[in-house]
Ligand binder design. Structure first.
Ligand SMILES: CC(C)(COP(=O)(O)OP(=O)(O)OC[C@H]1O[C@@H](n2cnc3c(N)ncnc32)[C@H](O)[C@@H]1OP(=O)(O)O)[C@@H](O)C(=O)NCCC(=O)NCCS
Length: 378
C-alpha cells in the first residue's frame, strides 16, 4: 500500500512530466523547450513559438509558412457560432463569452471526440485561430459597433488588434502584442494548464479541456490578476500617492495584485521583459505616469518588510503594456486566453501522448458512521 502525503494546493507535488516549459523559481528562469523566454520574446513570433511548442523543435521556413497560412485560413467563425455570439447578453464579461463559445465550437466539429495526435493538432489550430476573433467580435458587438472581419494578410497579434479596434495597429503595437503573446504562451503546471491536462486525462475532448482552462484562468489569483493591477493603478491618483496606498494595503494584510507567485521566489523573467516593454510603450503613448506609478509600487514592495521576497509577476507590467496597446480593461485576461490557447493545446497533446488519469486522494475530515435521521425528526 502506498503512503499518501498531503500537500494543500498540491504545492511541491510533481503530478506529470513535461518537455514544454521549465521554471527555476529560485533563479527566475523560464525556458520553452530549453530556449530562454527572453530569447523567444526578442527573436520569435507568436505563431513560431506555438508551432515550436506543438512540434517540439523550431520550424523550418516552409513549415512555419504552412502553419501561418493554416491559422489565417481559420480566423473566421462558423456563421452559426457568430449568430450565437451576437445573441449573448451585452453585459456579459468577455471571459464568460470566450469560455462559452470555445465550448460551443466543439458542437460545430463533426468529430469533437477524436483524440489521436493529428486530430488534436487540427482542432487546436482552429481554437488558436478563432479565439482572437471571438474576443474582438464580442467586444464590438457589446459596444454596438459593426464587426470587423479578420484580414488574412495580418499575423495573429496584428489581426486581433485590427478586428478589435477597426484600424490597423502600428508595427510597434502589433509587435508589442506579439511579444505579450509569446511571454504568456506557457508556464509549467499553472492552475489552468493543470485543469486542461486533468480534463484531457479523462479522454474527454480538447474543447472541454480548453473551456475548463479558461474557467480556471479567469480567477483573480491566476489570470484575472492583470485586471486587478490596472484597477489598483486607477485607484492611485498620482505617483506620490503610491507609497501610502501600498503601505495601507500591506498593513491590512491585503494582497497586492501582480505580486507574488507560487513558484517564483525571485524576479519573474516575464515581468522583467514586460517592464521594459511597458516603459517604452508608456513613453510612446503618453502614459508614462502609469509606468511611474508601477515602479513606485515596486519600490515600496522592495523596501517593506511585510513584502520581503515578494516580486512582481507577469501580470504587474502586463497591465500597463495592455493599456498602452489600447486594450479595454476587461479584455486583459481574455487576451491571456489567446496566448495560453497555444500552451494549453500543447499540454493536452503531451498529456494524451502518454496518458494517466489524474485522480489524487483527499483527506476526509468529516464524521463516520452517522445514523440517518428521518426528515420529521431533524
Ligand atoms: C499568486 C499567489 C496566489 C501565490 O500565492 P501562494 O504561493 O499561495 O503564496 P501565499 O498566498 O501563501 O503567500 C505567502 C506569503 O506572502 C504574502 N503575499 C503573497 N502574495 C502577496 C501579495 N501579492 N501582496 C502582499 N503579500 C503577499 C502572503 O500574504 C503570505 O504572507 P504570510 O506568510 O505572512 O501569510 C499570491 O502571491 C497572490 O495572491 N498574488 C496576488 C494575485 C496575483 O498577482 N496573481 C497572479 C499570479 S501570476
Amino acid at each position: 500500500m502506498h503512503m499518501a502525503t498531503y500537500s494543500k494546493g498540491l504545492e511541491g507535488v510533481i503530478a506529470a512530466e513535461t518537455k514544454l516549459s521549465f521554471i527555476d523559481g529560485e533563479k527566475g528562469v523560464l525556458e520553452y523547450i530549453g530556449i530562454p523566454i527572453g530569447e523567444l520574446a526578442s527573436k520569435s513570433t507568436f505563431e513560431e513559438t506555438v508551432l515550436f511548442l506543438w512540434d517540439g523543435h523550431l520550424p523550418k521556413a516552409p513549415a512555419l509558412r504552412e502553419f501561418t497560412t493554416q491559422v489565417r485560413d481559420r480566423y473566421e467563425l462558423p456563421p452559426a457560432l457568430e449568430a450565437m455570439l451576437t445573441s449573448l447578453p451585452k453585459t456579459a464579461e468577455p471571459m464568460h463569452a470566450v469560455r462559452t463559445l470555445v465550448s460551443a465550437l466543439g458542437m460545430f466539429d463533426p468529430k469533437p471526440d477524436a483524440i489521436d495526435h493529428a486530430s488534436l493538432r487540427d482542432k487546436a489550430l482552429t481554437i488558436l485561430a478563432v479565439v482572437p476573433t471571438i474576443l474582438a467580435y464580442f467586444h464590438r458587438y457589446r459596444k454596438g459597433m459593426a464587426l470587423v472581419r479578420p484580414d488574412k494578410n495580418f499575423g495573429l497579434a496584428e489581426n486581433f488588434l485590427y478586428m478589435l479596434n477597426g484600424v490597423r495597429p502600428t508595427p510597434t503595437m502589433a509587435r508589442a502584442m506579439d511579444v505579450c503573446l509569446i511571454l504568456h504562451a506557457d508556464h509549467g503546471f499553472n492552475n489552468s494548464t493543470f485543469s486542461a491536462r486533468s480534463i484531457a486525462s479523462t479522454e474527454s475532448d480538447i474543447y472541454s479541456a480548453i473551456t475548463g482552462a479558461i474557467g480556471s484562468l479567469r480567477g483573480p489569483l491566476h489570470g484575472g490578476a492583470n485586471e486587478g493591477v490596472m484597477k489598483m493603478l486607477n485607484q492611485i491618483p498620482t505617483v506620490a500617492d503610491a507609497e501610502k496606498f501600498i503601505v495601507d494595503k500591506l498593513t491590512k494584510k491585503d494582497k497586492i495584485p501582480g505580486f507574488g507567485h507560487r513558484v517564483y521566489k525571485s524576479y519573474d523573467p516575464r515581468a522583467a521583459h514586460l517592464k521594459s516593454l511597458a516603459e517604452q510603450l508608456a513613453r510612446d503613448t503618453g502614459n508614462i505616469s502609469l509606468f511611474e506609478k508601477s515602479t513606485a509600487i515596486e519600490g515600496v514592495m522592495n523596501r517593506e518588510k511585510a513584502a520581503k521576497g515578494i516580486y512582481p509577476n507577469v501580470d504587474f507590467y502586463s497591465a500597463t503594456t495592455y493599456h498602452c496597446i489600447g486594450l479595454p480593461l476587461d479584455m486583459f485576461t481574455p487576451t491571456f486566453v489567446i496566448a495560453r490557447a497555444g500552451g494549453w493545446s500543447a499540454h493536452v497533446m503531451e498529456q494524451l501522448a502518454n496518458n494517466r488519469l489524474f485522480r489524487p486522494d483527499v483527506d476526509y475530515t468529516g464524521p463516520h458512521a452517522v445514523a440517518y435521521t428521518a426528515i420529521e425528526g431533524r
